[in-house]
Design a protein around this ligand. Structure first.
Ligand SMILES: NC(=O)c1ccc[n+]([C@@H]2O[C@H](COP(=O)([O-])OP(=O)(O)OC[C@H]3O[C@@H](n4cnc5c(N)ncnc54)[C@H](O)[C@@H]3O)[C@@H](O)[C@H]2O)c1
Ligand SMILES: NC(=O)c1ccc[n+]([C@@H]2O[C@H](COP(=O)([O-])OP(=O)(O)OC[C@H]3O[C@@H](n4cnc5c(N)ncnc54)[C@H](O)[C@@H]3O)[C@@H](O)[C@H]2O)c1
Lengths: 208, 208
């Protein structure tokens, strides 16, 4: 079982390699990746060693090969159908975010319990459905991932509901901590944590 | 100088302690914090040791005291005025996010280069200004942090512009990597990285 922090770092290595690829860099090293990301080279080597031998000591890694391997590991070679639960301000922004499709994530449906929103389009191809339609739409569209953008107080109940209807992974944007069965994956997104890191750095730099 | 990964963890410890406080927990330990967050207790102790003695071996930490200390360290005792640059879908969602004010971040203005948006309100109290007004509004409102929600191709130029007008810290939501002077802080937010961690966990659990 790969530790969760390692998985997170693998996704960040993958993004780093994608940028190197864009810049037409053919070879890289754990030192270079570590330098770019501000972490230790030994950490990079340790993480990659879980998955076998990619690089040669002194020669480094082939960017294409390593990027392809990370894609495989991260399950990026398949595309994923996604549902947005909670078609409010944030749900709307996410439905219209082109970065998702580029990365193999297709928003196929949105759900909301506000009658006024049902039947409207959240983005060009994505309709807003009522919660009662969850099971049918999840099943017909093989949706495995739900993006949770409902208010915090609805988070736990809505999570339990979508899991019951077939969802296997939840990207939780609410400030609530949700509790799910062991075989269900959850990722929490909280950009306020990033804002706080920013204020710390600012305080540090300017001794507030 | 505190390593960046440590700063990030401190912000996450703070959030964890805030939840313990909500649940009326008075005492905690590095083991409990570590267990909740899925990291090593030794990591928690090491991070907190940068800032002095908080806990007693065998007795643990006082939740209130530790939470207060982390608030201080993270610069959370002060409130911060924030500007949103790029009043589009995502900028709109963020301007309307009540979680910001609760955490001491006040959105005081938004900026955009789309003439049709100038003069409109992005949220109840926040007006959209033209880019030419940056300097005056940043100065009059003591704005130190900019939330960058412009398209990727505009990110670097817009960053340089707001820094020139007085911004000290940037929360970058664009997929572009921005380059800034050494005394300016940047935090990158990319929830697609979290989606990829999710797919890895799903692939791992269901051997896709
Ligand atoms: N807006 C942001 O930038 C931002 C940032 C970080 C976190 N968040 C969090 O994301 C969530 C959504 O934020 P928002 O600004 O889009 O809020 P919002 O109020 O605009 O949207 C919430 C939507 O969820 C729907 N809803 C409410 N209860 C529901 C239920 N039981 N079942 C189905 N749908 C339900 C509402 O009808 C509404 O359309 C909140 O938890 C918020 O704290 C938002
Ligand atoms: N929508 C999301 O959920 C999401 C998620 C992650 C990242 N992002 C990123 O956030 C950014 C904004 O996304 P969005 O969906 O809100 O896009 P959007 O197109 O709706 O909004 C962009 C806004 O920026 C303005 N703008 C463009 N160039 C500008 C310039 N030079 N100066 C000032 N304003 C300018 C536009 O007029 C528009 O109002 C993009 O970089 C996107 O990749 C969005």
């Amino acid at each position: 079982k790969i530790p969760k922090p390692t998985v997170k770092r693998l996704a960040i290595y993958y993004r780093c390699l994608a940028k190197l690829k864009e810049d037409n860099v053919e070879k890289t090293s754990s030192q270079e990746i570590a330098y770019i990301l501000g972490i230790k080279a030994s950490q990079v080597r340790k993480d990659l060693s879980y998955f076998g031998e990619f690089g040669k000591r002194g020669v480094g890694y082939d960017v294409d090969k390593l990027s392809f391997k990370l894609r495989e590991i991260l399950g990026l070679n398949k595309s994923w159908n996604v549902a947005i639960i909670g078609a409010g301000n944030l749900g709307n922004a996410i439905a219209n975010y082109s970065g998702l499709e580029k990365n193999g994530f297709r928003v196929v449906a949105a759900f909301d319990n506000d009658e006024k929103k049902i039947g409207k389009y959240i983005s060009t191809n994505v309709k807003i459905y009522k919660m009662e339609d969850l099971e049918e739409i999840i099943r017909d569209n093989l949706i495995e991932i739900a993006i949770l953008t409902v208010p915090a107080q609805a988070a736990q109940n809505v999570s339990e509901l979508v899991i019951k209807k077939g969802i296997k992974g939840i990207l939780n944007f609410t400030p609530a901590t949700i509790t799910v069965p062991l075989n269900i994956s959850v990722e929490n997104v909280d950009f306020v944590v990033s804002l706080k890191s920013l204020t710390f750095a600012l305080g540090f730099l300017f001794e507030k």
